[in-house]
Design a protein around this ligand. Structure first.
Ligand SMILES: O=C(O)CCC(=O)C(=O)O
Length: 307
């Protein structure tokens, strides 16, 4: 991918805590996935459903190269696939406002939701990739997010914001945003950003999207090695997929030998940290000033190495 495009994605993600990659899935893929889900007995069950072991196409999404590249840079090179689920809502479902909520925020859920920077890259303890299978247009409801809240310093959880500041009504603040999404878009967000669900209000379209969640290699949201993960491991086709499906760990010590967790992507292409990226861009001319902090940091490092 073009360096400017990568830097732009990173800038926007760091700014807001989420980005949208429009048209990530082809209309053919959206049609195929919806067909698979529609043939399931729980196709009309409201809210959460399991899907990831149903068809090979879900394994393709799990190890989509662009997704893995983002995880390598925005989580770290030892990232793992943590869990997946889908969400759907229907216009005629009973008690449609039942799921209305906000949650998440920095350091919520025993510290599992973190966002900070290390060595010139974001370090997201848990990052979410949401494949949109039905449009979520203005006023529809669905997923809502508070842009920038992954960096809030006040210390309120999403639940506290919802209850105490908003009186359980997302509409009470302009800073709760309902992204407008089309089928095929990929929405990426850090769990450290406050987010949640708004009642599905569209009278003639259902809501449906898939969530894939990736985390640091040593962390796990579900009970590690649950039945679904074990099934997925049997389906894994490549070393990278097997690496993605490793249980959470840092390393094991056997006798005098320390076996470190190898990086998840097994090819040895060197990673390009944003500092280097900024320097490359600067060398192309007027995109970044040569004395921008990222460039200066890189030059300092080189100077230190020469001492
Ligand atoms: O899509 C939704 O309604 C909520 C998603 C969510 O809360 C999550 O992924 O943690």
């Amino acid at each position: 991918m073009d360096n400017i495009k990568r830097l732009r994605q990173l800038f926007e993600f760091d700014l807001n805590g989420f980005i949208v990659l429009p048209g990530f899935l082809s209309s053919g893929d959206v049609y195929k996935i919806n067909g698979i889900l529609d043939r399931q007995p729980d196709a009309r069950v409201a809210h959460k459903f399991h899907f990831v072991t149903l068809d090979e196409i879900f394994l393709d999404l799990l190890s989509a190269p662009e997704v893995l590249e983002i995880c390598r840079t925005w989580v770290n090179p030892y990232f793992r696939f943590d869990h997946a689920w889908g969400v759907q809502h229907y216009p005629d479902e009973p008690n449609p406002s039942e799921r209305k909520n906000l949650h998440g925020g920095p350091y919520q859920e025993q510290g599992y939701f973190q966002y900070h920077w290390h060595n010139g890259s974001p370090s997201c303890s848990c990052i979410v990739f949401s494949y949109i299978l039905e449009p979520q247009r203005k006023g529809d409801g669905g997923l809502v997010i508070v842009p920038g809240s992954h960096k809030t310093n006040v210390g309120l959880s999403g639940q506290q914001v919802f209850r105490n500041l908003l009186d359980r009504d997302h509409g009470n603040a302009a800073w709760v945003v309902q992204p407008e999404l089309e089928a095929g878009d990929l929405l990426i967000f850090t769990e450290a950003a406050i987010h949640g669900t708004e009642t599905w209000k569209c009278p003639d379209r259902r809501r449906r999207n898939l969530y894939y969640k990736y985390s640091h290699g040593f962390m796990s949201w579900p009970l590690a090695d649950d039945e679904e993960t074990q099934q997925l491991r049997c389906l894994a086709r490549t070393d990278v997929e097997r690496n993605l499906l490793r249980p959470p760990y840092v390393s094991t010590t056997t006798g005098n030998r320390l076996d470190w967790r190898p990086t998840t992507i097994t090819d040895s292409r060197p990673q390009l940290p944003p500092g280097v990226l900024a320097r490359l861009l600067a060398s192309r001319g007027d995109r970044l000033a040569p004395d921008s902090p990222a460039v200066v940091r890189l030059q300092d490092t080189e100077a230190d190495q020469q001492k």
